[in-house]
Design a protein around this ligand. Sequence first.
Ligand code: AMP
Ligand code: MG
Length: 405
Amino acid sequence: MRQNISVEDALESILSQVRPIAESEAVPLNQAYQRVLAQDLASKVYHPDADDSAVDGYAVRGEETITASVSTPVRLEVVGEAPAGRPFSGEVRPGQAVAIYTGAPVPKGANAVVRVEDTVRDGTGVWLLKPANVADIRRRGDDLRLGEVYLHRGAWLNAARVALAAAMGYPSLPVVRRPRVGILSTGDEVVEPGQPLPYGGGYNSNSYALVGQVQDAGGEAVVLGKVPDSLEVLKRGLADPGQLDLLLTSGGVSMGKYDLVRRLLESEGNIHFWRVKLQPGGPVLFADYRGLPVLGLPGNPVSSMVVFHLFGRPLLFKLLGRSDPPYTGVQATAATAFGANPSKRVYRRGVLRWTPQGFTVESTGNQSSGVLRSMVEGNALVVLEAGVDAKVGDSVTAIPLGFTV
Ligand code: AMP
Ligand code: MG
């Protein structure tokens, strides 16, 4: 078991242990949002399907309109109309125009469009007050070309990507099976919300933070409830991990006599590492329990959330084969001072704001890892390397939370 390792080494250890999920399934488009694409997708169509009009106006022979102006308007005979979805089947001959609407194919003979606002209708004809513009025609395949791959395996299906798959002609999409992530809380003092709170107790909040964090990363959360600090009960809780791809435990990984998750995994599992040089969340542990990867999160609510973001989220991305980064950093100007830890990296909770001068970040105040409110008031983690405090005005790295692409 490695101990007291860096955040980078811990992440590398985790990522080297997990293999991407091979199974995929087909889901209809309306269930594809926030899934991960399992195969490259080539467009089944051209879009636009034909050279079509980008505006409402008149399809004309452009060369006949060159001299058109308000003082020297050009008159053409209107021989038909082309609404979107009902193409004009004839041809535009010299001296003629066809009334055309956005999205309709440009009829044979026409090569440019005059916008309706630059025309005056006059019985069977139309006066053009400006020359036609070829730029108002969208060329076939401007957006999508048949057979070209626009979405790759590993793509996180956000709204725009699902829409693009629809535009390419796919009614359903191959997506990676969601990783099933068990969430087990521990602690004699931890009580489910809704139960009366005994003296010295506290409600289980970690399980419910993790449900959201797992889902945000693309996983399926399986809440396994809470077990007391008893080796026997904990063992029973772990005995049937079902069809899990990952187990998250919360609590019980510190130095205390009752930190039984660590002790059980020490004796009956294989701990890859325990304790990472970071704060909050230093006692984090990563192990293998009968083939199941276990990420042991510290019990403090802030530690649990921060450690999941730094390690659990990348782990899920690896299981899913997601190609986007699990998190990114931005440079921000410190609007308040941030204190470092002399011997380990710290992640402070901050409020990140966009201003005309760039990003600024200010502390949420009390940085104790028991103060869950700091995760609610803050929207970013401010990274401070060991021994490097930040003064007001210094540039710091901030990791936005809940950042999506
Ligand atoms: P532990 O890591 O087990 O020593 O717990 C550290 C602190 O986190 C203690 O104050 C616990 O009461 C608290 N804690 C542990 N598990 C949870 C949980 N599921 N929800 C909220 N707080 C917890
Ligand atoms: Mg505990």
